[in-house]
Write a new protein. Structure first.
Length: 71
């Protein structure tokens, strides 16, 4: 049985994360990321997409925490 550790921690977040991934790829200049064979990209290109997503998610979380501290 294949094991997938690629599950969102929050149910229903998968669609949001996929849309974000495609948006980040577009910002990095990788057109049509949603429909392309990711095996044709280098590890570096795929890593840029994941790294950029992580950076944006951390930035979002930091903004949320900052907002909670100010209340």
């Amino acid at each position: 049985m294949p094991r997938s550790s690629n599950k969102p921690a929050v149910q229903g977040a998968k669609t949001f994360l996929n849309n974000m991934k495609y948006e980040m790829a577009g910002e990095l200049g990788i057109a049509n990321y949603a429909n392309m064979d990711k095996g044709n990209l280098t590890s570096r290109q795929n890593g840029y997409v994941g790294g950029y997503m992580t950076r944006k998610l951390v930035q979002f979380a930091e903004e949320q925490m900052k907002g909670q501290q100010q209340q």
